[in-house]
Design a protein. Structure first.
Length: 337
């Protein structure tokens, strides 16, 4: 009888252990003792809502998906948009640190700066950043730092090609530049444009804004003073680009921009690349980190992998610029709006 009781007791203990194991597997789900794959938490912080930044975020997620990180299976995203408010970027970054995310994707300079202010431990991958060194994000492209690296949207030849086209092909001598002086990335680009224009015998007329609500007034202030308008990859202005387009169309002022997504919205030309592809590059970096193949400090900051000049024929017609057939030799034509 005693022997039988011992057998029953042992069997009961085995049953409890099995039940306990099942409960752990169903509730943990984060790659602990349950044997399940780890669920990575990624914080996505985006400075503003506009096509280029949106495309970069989608490219980032697609790269991770292609690398085996499936949303809802082994990765979950917390997407936060700062709505072009600098204060929001820091709140978002601090919340990600409090949530103990495994990685932060910072889309645009203000979001990246805030993320680095919030943590020196959690890996940060940035994109859509014009001057990562000048912004204090990295020491150098090949020496990014302990927990941050990414991709820059400032291809060294991109701005030069666009400004050269504005002066040499469109014949502009006075170029209006609309930008937010509070965005460090924009200040860098305006300085570049001014230097490039001067080298070609042209000059620029600056119109600065602090919010998207001021963009249309800034564009109107350039009427009668400039031969063309150039909008760099400025998040505040690009988020309200339709205001600039309406002035350019109404006053027949050729409008040029710093990236292709804005060109497709109604500007004449841009020398640029796909922001989806740029985000995709960044996502591939993130995959290497999450897989444990590389440390952040091992990955250099990367430039866009491709660059092309694109001309929007319909926009040129709307803004009074005659399209020359020989431009086919230096650019692609876009049959958009």
């Amino acid at each position: 009888m005693i022997k039988q009781l011992k057998v029953l007791a042992a069997a009961s203990l085995v049953g409890v252990a099995l039940l306990s194991g099942c409960g752990s597997e169903s509730t943990e789900g984060n790659g602990t003792d349950s044997g399940k794959e780890k669920m990575f938490k990624i914080g996505l912080t985006q400075f503003a809502e506009h096509p280029s930044l949106d495309a970069a975020t989608e490219g980032f997620k697609k790269a991770l998906e292609d690398e085996g990180f499936k949303e809802g299976e082994n990765v979950e995203y917390n997407f936060q948009n700062a709505q072009a408010d600098m204060n929001n970027t820091q709140t978002i970054a601090n919340n990600f640190v409090g949530d103990k995310v495994d990685l932060i994707f910072a889309n645009a300079t203000p979001s990246a700066v805030s993320a680095l202010n919030a943590t020196k431990d959690i890996p940060i991958l940035f994109t859509s950043v014009t001057d990562p060194v000048g912004a204090g994000l990295v020491e150098a492209f090949d020496k990014p730092g302990n927990n941050i690296t990414g991709t820059t949207d400032n291809h060294p030849e991109g701005t030069a090609k666009t400004i050269n086209f504005i002066v040499e092909e469109a014949g502009a001598k006075n170029i209006g530049v609309i930008y937010n002086a509070g965005e460090q990335n924009s200040e860098v680009q305006v300085d570049q444009v001014e230097e490039l224009a001067k080298g070609l015998g042209a000059s620029i007329v600056k119109a600065s804004v602090s919010t998207s609500a001021e963009v249309k007034q800034a564009a109107e202030s350039l009427v009668g003073r400039v031969d063309a308008i150039y909008v760099p990859t400025d998040n505040t202005v690009v988020s309200a680009l339709e205001s600039v387009i309406s002035v350019a169309n109404g006053e027949k002022i050729p409008l040029f921009v710093g990236e292709l997504d804005s060109m497709e919205r109604g500007a004449i030309a841009a020398s640029g690349f796909s922001y989806f592809d740029l985000g995709y590059q960044t996502g591939k970096m993130a995959a290497e980190i999450l897989k444990g193949n590389k440390k952040v400090s091992d990955i250099s900051v990367e430039l866009p992998e491709s660059l092309k000049l694109v001309i929007n024929k319909k926009a040129a017609e709307a803004q009074g610029l005659e399209v020359k057939q020989e431009w086919e030799n230096i650019a692609e034509f876009f049959e958009g709006k």
